[in-house]
Write a protein that binds this ligand. Sequence first.
Ligand code: HEM
Length: 407
Amino acid sequence: MDDLDLTDLDRFAHGFPYEVFDELRREAPVWWHPATEHTPGGEGFWVISRYTDVVAAASDATTFSSEGGPGRTGGGTLIEDLPGGFAAGVLLNMMDAPRHQHFRRLLTPSLTPRTLQTIEEDLRRRAERIVDAALAKGECDFLTDVAAELPLQAVAQLLGVPQEDRHQLLLWADATLDHEDRALGESTERTQQAAAEMFAYGTALLERKRTDPADDLLSLAAHARIDGAPLSDLEEQMLFNLLIAAGSETTRNAIAVGVHAMIDNPHTWERLQGNRQQLPTAIEEMLRWSSPTPYNRRTATRDITLGGQQIRAGDKVTLWWASANRDDETFPGAYRFDITRTPNPHLAFGRGGHFCLGAALARMEMRVVLDTLLDRVDSLELTAPIEHTRSNKHTGIRHMPIHLTPR
Ligand code: HEM
């Protein structure tokens, strides 16, 4: 463990380093990661890798805050501290109770499986057009041509963003999340410019939703009240950013990494073609397998013992969903991609009060894309090696050259 550095993004450039976490779960399940030359703020942090410990911490939001803790002005759910009052405490996912619950309650009704049923048919038609266009090409980039498209179209629809602007938004979101050419916690001219342009776009869009509301999530946020007061401009703006990023970055990786696992295990594709009833368990396994959000951070608000280690108030604590999802204690044969796995209590969407608000949407998008692919595609074949995302915050694929054979 001496030279282990989870803040060196080169560690993640060829995919998530599962082998490192196997060792951590075995040898040091609650491990103090010392600061290295790559670690933002020069401050170490705890690494929680076992399923039971991750669940325990995620389920106790009072002790493990998403916002911040004693002795620090910033906080949030990334390893690097984000400024308090700008991101921490303002972004829905970096907010603590009671405001977090009130804020979350505003959005929940728009994202239940029942509400989402009303857009399923529309998403199916969109998925058919996406898959047909990819089939017409024969050879395509599965990530950009297929996996990214439906989540992006869906989130644009849901938020009330004009569809013709969606690719521009994706470019901005990608630029702010991408770590191809920068270290953790660093910004470049390109990331700053993208963030500024997205901010200006969001401000104008939210203004339109205030004066000319429609039946969409941003209009809802623009007119919402908590304790009789509207959300702050910054809260609305940050919600817009969060939903664009969360809605487009993660689901595409669950689809692409999951389909990649099926290419590696061709019998799973054939099985699903013969028995579509197995799709729900296959989707859960794709989520466990891909773990598109590998970790979220908390800050300890009080001294606490976890896994025999003394965590101090104010310490940063990282919860590694991806590692928990390969824990053999919970998932026998965790390295087997098993589309019939039951039960499958994976943590791809997190656990506790911050459990992913978009889980039902993501599952529906996956179901619609896979159904359409299974209907129309006989087999999928990689034509060149895939490229991974160089990030410890998003596990996924940047490019996936593929040949599709029609059914
Ligand atoms: C496969 C796709 C997805 C994965 C793997 C994923 C993963 C996660 C995880 C792990 C969390 C918990 C964060 C924490 O505990 O700190 C989370 C929260 C959240 N996700 Fe997702 N997500 C996905 C799709 C989506 C989509 C499609 C949306 C939006 C439409 C979305 C919106 C959110 C929001 C708003 C939160 C914050 C909830 C809160 O703090 O109360 N996610 N997601």
